[in-house]
Design a protein. Structure first.
Length: 80
């Protein structure tokens, strides 16, 4: 992973975007201590890291029944 200062990013912005499009990750640093404040990563790279969710995990295992109108007093809300 390449690390660039904010000034270098501003100077070479087009080149940095091409590198990111090609799959390279870039860290952006700022200040005298050059603290990393941001990362630039390809959208394709971030999409592949997302775990797939299984929807309907509890389908058919639980039920829910709404009773009443849902209104409660302020004391009930505060647990008094």
């Amino acid at each position: 992973m390449k690390t660039l200062t904010v000034g270098d990013l501003k100077t070479h912005f087009s080149e940095v975007l091409k590198d990111v499009q090609n799959g390279e990750s870039i860290a952006i640093s700022y200040g005298k201590k050059k603290k990393i404040i941001a990362y630039l990563v390809s959208e394709i790279k971030t999409e592949s890291k997302k775990p797939k969710r299984k929807l309907g995990l509890l389908e058919g295992k639980a039920t829910f029944k709404w009773v009443g109108d849902g209104k409660i007093t302020e004391e009930e809300f505060l647990g008094l």
